[in-house]
Design a protein around this ligand. Structure first.
Ligand code: IMO
Ligand code: MG
Length: 427
């Protein structure tokens, strides 16, 4: 079998959860490799409709070992809530495993995320305020607390004491807010630790065994390439890498073990939070996309900014990830459109740019150069064969393949599992 990394090609919310839920039917392992509960993966299947934030979208397939990898930051309260919610819907969660190396989101991380956003005023990044940035900062600053620490109360207390001493100094002296109580956090997290203990393991060896057995393993990405701290629209990015390369580091496997990289793209583009977005539509078309596709954040409920497909950004994303295949989602949103635009280049200061600029202030001033294609103006919701899609829809897909230099292997025409058409095999 093979290892397939599934990665967001845009600014997140591309439908990664839906793609993984479908592919997991054939897989034996799904491992999340980055992000935290800032992710919101909507999955609609026979168990119901779920918004998963931390639990891998393979949880609905009982034969799949679901791993929350070392590259993820975990808010234990959200994870436990998610596990309870799944169990209440009859979903078995006994095949979930949490890496002992995964860092924990602590109450001071969420508090500081909000305070830092307020300090930035008009320059706020529009984070999900889940404490993601502060938790990853502590990881690299060597101040973090890891899931495995919860298994030893003495070690946990000693790490918490030193971290909290420093955090309380910042809270009181920089932000002039009340300090947090060591006892309260200790008690609360010991309780979380007791509940999570059965799930916490050394996971790289579990994945290694699966590699030896040649299981089909899916590496589940969160967020999207354009939110990557290195290659995204810095500083309007998240704090861990959503790229395929991070799939190796965030789970503990060799980059050479990754056989396929599946990039997930929407047929249009969305963004939630601040930062440049050249193809954003602030008009009726943008509104139409938002309402048709219910483009409201799964984590924060914020309305998502909607726009035409940006193939300059898409090509860049394809390059930095090395996509072997693309899953194109939400094609049906265009069913009623008489014509559809694709951005193929930018105009900046009278010059044509064919690449994605690294400077967000430049990207913010780029005007999209569009190519217009005819729409199909018929419903695709019930189509199950690629060949039966309207010719204009196939032409739209062919043009995207050309612009991204990558084949589209999956296309979705609705939110349900059966509304995903396999154009060709990914493996
Ligand atoms: P999924 O996995 C879309 C965005 C936030 C903000 C920026 C930084 O569902 O695709 P953070 O809380 O990470 O520090 O916020 O990143 N963001 C996402 N946007 N989908 C996501 O996840 C996102 N996770 C974070 O809106 O602009
Ligand atoms: Mg989402």
């Amino acid at each position: 079998m093979a290892v397939v990394a599934i990665v967001g090609g845009q600014w997140g919310d591309e439908g990664k959860g839906k793609v993984i839920d479908l592919l997991a039917e054939k897989a034996r392992m799904v491992a999340r490799f980055s992000g935290g509960d800032n992710a919101g993966h909507t999955v609609i299947n026979p168990y119901g409709e779920f918004k998963l934030h931390l639990v891998p979208s393979g949880i609905f397939s009982p034969q799949v070992t679901c791993i929350i990898g070392n590259g993820v930051v975990i808010n234990p309260a959200s994870l436990l809530k998610e596990i309870d919610d799944l169990q209440n819907h009859g979903v078995d969660t006994s095949h979930l495993v949490i890496s002992d190396r995964a860092h924990l989101i602590m109450p001071y991380h969420t508090l500081l995320d909000g305070l830092e956003e307020e300090r930035r005023k008009q320059k706020a990044l529009g984070t999900t305020r889940r404490g993601i940035g502060p938790a990853f900062s502590d990881k690299v600053a060597r101040l973090g607390i890891r899931a495995g620490d919860l298994l030893n109360k003495d070690i946990f207390l000693s790490h918490l004491k030193s971290a909290l001493e420093f955090k309380n100094a910042i809270l009181t002296k920089v932000y002039q807010v009340s300090p947090l109580s060591l006892e309260e956090i200790y008690e609360q997290y010991c309780h979380y630790g007791e509940r999570l203990a059965p799930f916490i393991r050394e996971t790289s060896s579990i994945i290694h065994e699966a590699l030896i057995k040649e299981w089909l393993i899916l590496l589940e990405g969160a967020q999207g390439t354009l939110l990557d701290p290195d290659f995204g629209t810095y500083p309007y990015v998240t704090s861990s890498s959503p790229l395929a390369g991070a799939g190796a580091i965030g789970t503990g496997i060799s980059p050479m073990a990754i056989d396929r990289v599946l990039g997930v793209f929407k047929a249009y583009i969305t963004r939630v939070g601040g930062g440049p977005m050249p193809t954003e539509l602030k008009d009726e078309v943008g509104k139409l996309i938002r309402e048709k596709a219910h483009e409201y954040g799964a984590t924060t409920g914020r309305p998502r900014r909607c726009g035409w497909f940006d193939a300059v950004a898409g090509r860049f994303s394809s390059q930095v990830n090395g996509f072997s295949d693309i899953a194109l989602t939400h094609l049906d949103i265009y069913d009623s459109f008489s014509s559809i635009k694709i951005c193929t280049a930018y105009e900046f200061n009278g010059r044509t740019l064919n690449y994605f600029p690294s400077d967000s202030s430049i990207l913010g001033k780029c005007q999209p150069i569009y190519e217009e294609l005819p729409g199909w103006q018929e419903s695709t919701a019930e189509i199950r064969d690629f060949g039966k899609l309207p010719p204009q829809a196939r032409r739209y897909m062919a043009r995207l393949e050309e612009l991204l230099s990558c084949r589209i292997s999956l296309v979705s025409i609705g939110p349900r599992r059966e509304q995903m058409i396999q154009v060709r095999s990914i493996l």
